[in-house]
Design a protein around this ligand. Structure first.
Ligand SMILES: CC(=O)N[C@H](C=O)[C@@H](O)[C@H](O)[C@H](O)COP(=O)(O)O
Length: 227
């Protein structure tokens, strides 16, 4: 089986992430989120950190995309920045390692040994990119999946409130590895549109697993209506 065929079908991947400062951080909360997602048809889970990767791998039987967010002083790269994180993710049992493949700080060169190590260990690699050029570079680096995860999160990529469908369409037309639509997808209609644009997988995170952000949207809507 090719590494990019790890998901038997295309569909929804739910991102279950709560950082230390978020209310749902810790314990088995993300594992329960993952169970709820899989129960209702999610074909995969994306999650952050060794603790949640371990818990989720025990809890559900679908492929897990693992990442480790780490801030390094003076650097903007925070999704799986070094080989240490790649090793921790693979050892924790993730099937796919997600990492930053953006064109900043010499990352397109620095990421090569990270991809090679994950592949040697039998794990697939998902490149989190922010522009079409980065997507093309990621494909030539041999990654197995390309996600629009960082579109709008690098200074030079298009900044917008909703998902970057334009980038998604361009990417799907130009690369032959499966494309993952990810980032600011808030409605089922947007998720369906992402598939129509050519994405093979759609990652939805905050809209499903970050109740504080979901609540905030409702509260904002109520006050906007009253004003
Ligand atoms: C930019 C960044 O740090 N994205 C992270 C990547 O793993 C997560 O915080 C997001 O929740 C994930 O990408 C899913 O996106 P959304 O939560 O918008 O559906």
């Amino acid at each position: 089986m090719a590494r990019s065929e790890i998901f038997p079908v295309s569909g929804l991947i739910v991102s279950c992430q709560a950082l230390e400062h978020e209310p749902l951080h810790g314990g088995d909360t993300m594992a329960k989120m993952a169970r709820a997602a899989v129960q209702s048809g999610a074909i995969g889970i994306r999650t952050n950190g060794v603790h949640d990767i371990l818990m989720i791998k025990k809890e559900v039987d679908v492929p897990v995309i693992g990442l480790i967010k780490r801030d390094i002083p003076g650097s903007s790269v925070f999704i799986t920045p070094t080989l240490d994180e790649v090793k921790a993710i693979v050892i924790a049992g993730a099937d796919i390692v997600a990492l930053d493949v953006t064109n900043r700080e010499g990352r397109l060169e620095a990421v090569k040994p990270l991809i090679a190590w994950a592949h040697e260990m039998g794990a697939a690699v998902m490149a989190d990119i922010s522009t079409l050029e980065e997507g093309l570079a990621a494909e030539s680096l041999g990654v197995d999946f390309i996600g629009t995860t960082l579109a709008g999160y690098t200074l030079y990529s298009t900044q917008q409130e909703g998902p970057d469908f334009e980038l998604l369409e361009q990417l799907c037309a130009k690369v032959s590895v499966p494309v993952v639509a990810e980032g600011r997808i808030w409605t089922p209609e947007e998720a369906a549109k992402a598939l129509a644009c050519g994405a093979t997988y759609v990652v939805v995170g905050s809209a499903i697993t970050r109740p504080q952000l979901i609540t905030e949207r409702y509260v904002k809507a109520l006050y906007t209506q009253r004003a």
